[in-house]
Write a protein that binds this ligand. Structure first.
Ligand SMILES: Nc1ncnc2c1ncn2[C@@H]1O[C@H](COP(=O)(O)OP(=O)(O)OP(=O)(O)O)[C@@H](O)[C@H]1O
Ligand SMILES: [Mg+2]
Length: 249
């Protein structure tokens, strides 16, 4: 492929762009990099490469779609800053094809008008951003419902939201989005078994070291009961029946 064709491929395809920074995407990462669905929920195991993959998607957006605002959101500023550091590493590795205008701990601004901003996981402090082309919500199951509601208006009507997380019990918006069918969100699921980062041996070691609950949640992407539940979900489900007509007020 000549240089022009390679540039064009990288501009059009985030997977080809990834290869330029030595990132050979796994099949699930290819699907995530290429999806154009406006609402995407990714229920995934630990350490499968979600931060790396979303960093590539973020930098690709910022470089090749001028004037893009990309917001990186997680339960804490430190973690969001870490996401931005990964973006910066991708930006440096690809040779900074567009120059940086400003580069701080929480913002990478490019001369094409694009910005990648890391946000604290609190309500209020994040207000003031609007029209985002891409919003990445990392560790999404740990982001409170009201905070999730407060970040949604920051996204442009044609913008994309990608929420990624390991499960954290049957609670909250992340669980609801991933389990309610027909809500318009595109679902991706990546257990440790589907990730090239895990060999059968590594999985066996982790399984032996962890309790069944944590393993099922963190590596098999299962939503279990929460620690604070007095009755487990199966018992609660069993207490309901369609055979009884509800009392009318
Ligand atoms: N396609 C890939 N090729 C090579 N290495 C990869 C690939 N995908 C992920 N990795 C490696 O897997 C490791 C975990 O990546 P990353 O930190 O992005 O995962 P994560 O899902 O965000 O982890 P965590 O659950 O800790 O947040 C890193 O060492 C990363 O380089
Ligand atoms: Mg991560």
């Amino acid at each position: 492929m000549n240089a022009f064709a390679a540039d064009a491929a990288a501009a059009l395809d985030p997977v080809a762009f990834g290869r330029r920074v030595e990132f050979v995407a796994e099949p699930w990462q290819e699907r995530l990099l290429r999806t154009i669905a406006s609402r995407v929920v990714v229920n995934c195991a630990r350490q499968v490469g979600k931060t790396t993959t979303t960093a590539i998607k973020s930098v690709h957006t910022a470089l090749y779609r001028p004037n893009s605002l990309v917001l990186l959101f997680s339960p804490g500023q430190r973690q969001s800053n870490e996401m931005l550091r990964r973006c910066r590493a991708v930006y440096n590795a690809c040779g900074r094809p567009v120059k940086a205008k400003a580069d701080s701990e929480s913002t990478l601004e490019l001369e094409n008008g694009s910005r990648i901003v890391s946000l604290p996981g609190t309500e209020g402090t994040s207000r003031g951003f609007a029209g985002a082309r891409l919003l990445i919500l990392d560790e999404a199951s740990r982001v409170d419902d009201d905070i999730f509601a407060s970040v949604l208006p920051m996204v442009a009507s044609d913008g994309q939201i990608i929420a990624l997380s390991t499960p954290w019990g049957r609670r909250g918006w992340f669980h609801k989005l991933d389990t309610d069918l027909g809500n318009g969100w595109e679902r991706h699921k990546v257990t440790a078994y589907e990730s090239a980062q895990y060999s059968a041996n590594r999985i066996a070691q982790i399984k032996a070291a962890l309790g069944a609950y944590v393993f099922a949640s963190d590596y098999e992407c299962q939503f279990g009961d929460t620690d604070s539940q007095m009755f487990n979900t199966e018992l609660i489900r069993a207490a309901f029946t369609h055979n009884v007509t509800p009392l009318e007020y």
